[in-house]
Design a protein around this ligand. Structure first.
Ligand SMILES: Nc1nc2c(ncn2[C@@H]2O[C@H](COP(=O)(O)OP(=O)(O)OP(=O)(O)O)[C@@H](O)[C@H]2O)c(=O)[nH]1
Length: 544
């Protein structure tokens, strides 16, 4: 019972533990699902931003094409025409720092070109950057690509007249653009006109005389380049300004060369960068643009993730744990209650068994003498009879009656009579030594002794007779003795299937009456007994 209770408690504890683990698992699975949803939202938002950036780049390219249209439509575009067109675009595309016309000027043409500009800008000359960084007059070279027209002039004065061919990197990209008839962008540069630390890039659009379709023709017919000057930060912010999701940290990386270069970062500070969910990094390559491969690198900020997190994982876990604990408590209460009921039932069953035993004892006990009663004798007699039949053993009966008991009662009173009955019963009981012997009150002042498998019942009967006499209970009115005496009938038989137990009772009764008739205070057996020394004792004889 106790072991079962301990086992049940462990089982409940184990179930609670499993339940808590499952609840945790459920919460974790909701958390994971949510994380996946956030990740997929995040990728979609970054894709939107990348698309917006690509759109912005294309729009800027379109501006160059539009300016190119002006130069294609006329062999001699003057500054006023250029400025008018360029300024109309710059008003609408404020992330373009400047639009410029870069003519192809041979060494022979240089003076002419410089003279022309000096009409309006007296200090104008083709310039280049000196080794130390300051601007100087461009040295002689075969071909020049100077910044000839620039819109707006304000803020771009330093670039005005700068010979792009003087810079080997720019010269290389100019030639590539010329050869391929392709708008090409530079890697990120610090613009000569830049005042903040923002990076920029240049995009060259080649202009030809006519429509050259071979490399040689392109080299011959090149007249110059339309140049767009872009500030990357401004362009980036213009592009993503109206894209919905906030809280995404972005970096624009130029992967064109092996050493990836950061063009722009939306991280406010390095410290802020540390706090972001760097585990989730999404690299979104943009479509190739101006011969360059840019990649948008995005990480969500804590705020972006927090906005999209719900309490569902926590609530589901908490509810799961709560449910498991309540169910565990309920089951444990039921188990405790059922074990209490079990204990109670067992106690009651034990009480009932004890009561039953007591009742049984009472129903088989004579209330006055506390020895077995007639009912007990009848039961036992029947059982022993059957046993003796089966085992072919003997069964003996001793029937006892107190002599002149009516006179005893009359003389000493009924209470004394009762005490006499108790004393005689006790004496008879103590005379029998075997557990299997049964002493019972047969009725009134009559007793019976059942002796299974006993060789010499008459000797035992004689012992009873002597022991009762030894009690020396005074019996003044008795005609037999001055003390209480008993008369006894004894019979033995080996029962068979055909013999009748009632006949045996009747026979022993007769022997008892014979003992009475012969003068009381004696034993009567149906046959005399030969004792070991050869004497014959006939208990029927009047002299005992
Ligand atoms: N005190 C007392 N007397 C009882 C009890 N049961 C029976 N008796 C009495 O026992 C007496 C039996 O009397 P009888 O049957 O005439 O037998 P007796 O006087 O012993 O005569 P004999 O048997 O011939 O010796 C009656 O007076 C009963 O009232 C009992 O439980 N208590």
């Amino acid at each position: 019972m106790r072991a079962f209770s301990i086992f049940s408690n462990y089982l409940v504890l184990f179930s609670i533990l499993v339940g808590i683990i499952l609840s945790g698992g459920l919460g974790y699975s909701f958390y994971q699902n949510e994380t996946q949803a956030i990740e997929s939202d995040f990728r979609r938002d970054v894709d939107d931003k990348a698309a917006a950036l690509e759109r912005e780049l294309l729009i800027n390219l379109e501006v160059l094409y539009a300016v190119k249209g002006l130069f294609n439509s006329s062999d001699d575009v003057n500054e006023a025409e250029f400025k008018q067109l360029a300024s109309s675009f710059l008003v609408r595309h404020q992330n373009i720092q400047a639009l410029e016309w870069i003519p192809r000027v041979s060494l022979e043409q240089r003076d002419k070109y410089e003279q022309q500009r000096r009409k309006f800008y007296p200090d104008f000359e083709f310039t280049e950057r000196e080794f130390q960084g300051s601007m100087i007059r461009a040295t002689d070279r075969k071909e020049y690509f100077p910044v000839y027209y620039v819109e707006p002039m304000e803020g771009n004065e330093v670039a005005f007249g700068f010979d792009l061919a003087s810079n080997p990197k720019r010269d290389k990209i100019l030639k590539k653009s010329r050869d391929l008839d392709l708008a090409l962008a530079t890697a990120s540069i610090t613009l000569v006109q830049e005042v903040s630390n923002q990076k920029g890039f240049l995009m060259f659009m080649p202009i030809y005389l006519g429509d050259p379709n071979t490399l040689i023709k392109r080299r011959e017919q090149l007249t110059g380049f339309v140049l767009g000057v872009y500030r990357i930060g401004d362009m980036f912010e213009t592009a993503i300004r109206y894209t919905g999701a906030q809280g995404i940290n972005l970096k624009l990386i130029d992967n064109t060369s092996i050493s990836a270069e950061q063009l722009y970062s939306s991280y406010a500070t390095e410290q802020h960068q540390d706090k972001t969910q760097l585990k989730l990094i999404y690299n979104k390559p943009l479509s190739r643009f101006g011969g360059r491969q840019w990649t948008l690198v995005a990480t969500p900020s804590l705020g972006y993730i927090a906005e999209r997190r719900s309490l569902l994982p926590f609530i589901s876990c908490a509810f799961g744990v709560l449910f498991v604990l309540l169910a565990g408590a309920y089951i444990s209460a039921i188990i405790r209650r059922s074990s209490l009921i079990k204990v109670e039932v067992e106690a009651r069953t034990q009480d009932l068994n004890e009561a039953k035993l007591e009742l049984e004892q009472l129903s088989h006990t004579d209330s006055l003498t506390k020895i077995a009663n007639r009912r007990k004798f009848d039961d036992k007699f029947e059982k022993e009879w059957q046993r003796a039949v089966r085992s072919k053993t003997s069964l003996s009966l001793i029937m006892i009656d107190i002599d002149n008991f009516k006179q005893f009662n009359d003389h000493y009173g009924h209470l004394a009579g009762d005490q006499c009955l108790r004393d005689v019963a006790k004496s008879l009981q103590s005379t029998m030594s075997r557990n299997t012997d049964l002493v019972a009150r047969y009725g009134g002042e009559e007793f019976v002794i059942l002796l299974p498998n006993t060789n010499e019942p008459a000797l035992l009967a004689d012992k009873c007779l002597i022991n009762v006499e030894k009690l020396r209970i005074p019996h003044e009115p008795s005609s037999v003795s001055e003390y209480v005496t008993i008369s006894i009938g004894v019979i033995s038989t080996s029962p068979t299937y055909n013999s009748d137990p009632l006949a045996l009772s009747a026979k022993v009764d007769k022997l008892l009456y014979l003992a009475k008739d012969l003068g009381k205070n004696r034993v009567c057996v149906d046959e005399p007994i030969i004792i070991p020394n050869g004497d014959v004792i006939d208990f029927k004889s009047p002299n005992k």
